[in-house]
Design a protein around this ligand. Structure first.
Ligand code: NAD
Ligand code: MN
Length: 457
């Protein structure tokens, strides 16, 4: 469906468990075939760069597909999504020639030994991805997996399968051997068949906490390796001394970007009471200035939510908050009369026990509250069962470092938002996930260490 209109744009099959089995077997054969397994590291690097080149050449078309499928403004897809996917691929394309074990000796055993470790690709990787950044979040998995020498079966979200299907064509064009990169389209049943397949060695998942838990349960019989990037309810703390010219727009867009459909969106805003009204007015003004519009319209800043179901879900959260007596800042935004658009909402004086302060809404809904002491703000920030990201806005270095150490989050952003990068690990503490993507750390998820212990006569 086109989320900007609700009209059907195409049909894509729901793969059966037999289809899944065929793709996993193909990935298994490719994993063990000399054309991939014995490819020397620089040749693998070249192949990944070839794929990055192919996406780069295809950028207008890939962006058009992704924009059509997600409904997000095409200008953003062209400037953010597709370039990010290319950057990730290039960042990991440099790894194959640098992946190495280490040599040493035994520390508690007498005699002479030569000991070394190898880092071996883990096998077939299942990548299961959501609809908010389809190509980007797929590439967070595909790029390090292929760099490590694994093969991949990707299952994109049923809402957004198109960029994954285009990527298969580009992989062929780039010369990846058959079966190295595969896609199966489908819904939760397809994902479940993939996650339970005995030939899959590792599942890399981004999506909801409930589905992440189901995948972790499904991993038990085969003890599959699993990394989970799940939900969040990330706090932003604005201290009294913060540079408001930065903090206000950052905090606003940290929540509203991509219409709030961002796993690490800053959706809880704690503001020092001395600047609370000023910040809320500023954030509401930015909300009001956003142009909601169709993805093909080059003036659009915010697109629709992904589906009627998500619109209903987000509307439900806002309605229940209002019914509970929570006030919204007055923001009048023109909302297109078709499609699944939802205006940005700024809720004020939200107490920690309110549903909208606890649960992930996944829409442009900000829950604000004042605080008096930084320690109090940190404590409230940490009350959440989630721990994906946290944000602090201050000019005080001590406050920034103290908060960064105390906040329970996989990433702490100081005076900035939304800066995921292939250079640093990203992932969640607590209910926000298991393991890390990005950085050199993610490679550990796709490599199995093997120690070789040799006695010397
Ligand atoms: P979901 O987690 O159910 O879907 C994500 C992916 O998992 C999709 O590809 C889906 O087909 C697949 N899947 C579903 N059930 C599966 C199963 N049992 N085994 C294997 N794969 C399965 O998310 P959703 O239903 O599309 O969205 C619901 C909520 O999830 C949203 O409102 C939002 O709160 C959250 N969400 C989070 C992210 C994120 O980036 N962390 C992304 C999308 C949605
Ligand atoms: Mn779609």
């Amino acid at each position: 469906m086109d989320p900007c209109t609700g009209a059907m744009i195409g049909q894509v099959p729901i793969a059966s468990s037999d289809d899944v089995d065929r793709r996993v077997e193909a990935a298994w054969r490719a994993f063990n075939a000399p054309s991939w397994r014995d490819l020397h590291p620089l040749a693998r690097e070249r192949m990944l760069h070839n794929l990055a080149d192919a996406i780069e050449r295809d950028l207008p078309r890939m962006a058009a597909l992704e924009a059509l499928d997600t409904g997000k403004p095409v200008t953003i897809v062209e400037a953010v999504d597709i370039p990010a996917a290319i950057s990730w691929l290039r960042a990991y394309a440099g790894w194959p020639s640098k992946i190495a074990g280490r040599a040493g000796s035994l520390s508690a055993t007498p005699g002479h030994h030569h000991v070394y470790s190898r880092r071996e690709p883990i096998g077939v990787v299942a990548a299961i991805t959501p609809w908010n950044f389809p190509l980007v979040l797929a590439m967070w998995k595909i790029a390090p997996a292929l760099a490590a020498g694994c093969t991949v079966v990707l299952k994109p979200a049923p809402e957004t399968p198109l960029s994954a299907l285009r990527l298969v064509e580009l992989a062929r064009e780039a010369g990846l051997p058959d079966g190295v990169f595969n896609v199966v389209t489908g819904d939760g049943s397809t994902g479940a068949a993939l996650a339970a397949h005995p030939r899959v060695a590792k599942v890399a998942f981004t999506g909801s906490t409930a589905t992440g838990q189901a995948i972790l349960r499904a991993s038990v019989p085969d003890l599959k390796r699993v990394t989970l990037e799940l939900g969040g309810k990330s706090p932003s703390i604005i201290c009294a001394d913060a540079d408001l010219a930065t903090a206000i727009p950052q905090a606003a867009m940290g929540c509203f970007f991509n219409s709030g459909q961002v796993c690490y969106a800053g959706t809880r805003l704690y503001v020092h009471s001395s600047i609370y009204e000023q910040v809320l007015e500023g954030v509401a003004a930015i909300a009001a200035s956003q142009k909601l519009g169709a993805s093909a319209d080059r003036d659009s800043q915010l697109g629709p939510l992904i589906s009627a179901r998500q619109l209903e879900r987000v509307t439900g959260f806002v309605d229940r908050a209002r019914a509970a007596g929570i006030e919204a800042m007055p923001v009048s935004t023109a909302v297109p009369d078709q499609g699944y658009f939802h205006p940005p909402i700024v809720l004020r004086d939200v107490s920690s026990d309110a549903e909208v302060a606890r649960e992930e809404v996944f829409g442009p809904v900000l829950a604000a509250a004042p605080f008096d002491e930084l320690d109090e703000a940190i404590a409230r920030a940490n009350e959440s069962p989630y721990g994906l990201a946290a944000h602090v806005f201050t000019k005080d270095l001590s406050a920034a470092h103290r908060a960064s150490a105390s906040l329970e989050a996989g990433t702490v952003f100081v005076n900035c938002v939304l800066l995921a990068d292939p250079a640093f690990p990203f992932g969640g503490m607590k209910m926000s996930g298991i393991g890390r993507e990005n950085g050199s750390e993610v490679l550990d998820a796709y490599l199995e260490p093997k120690s070789v212990v040799m006695a010397l006569q």
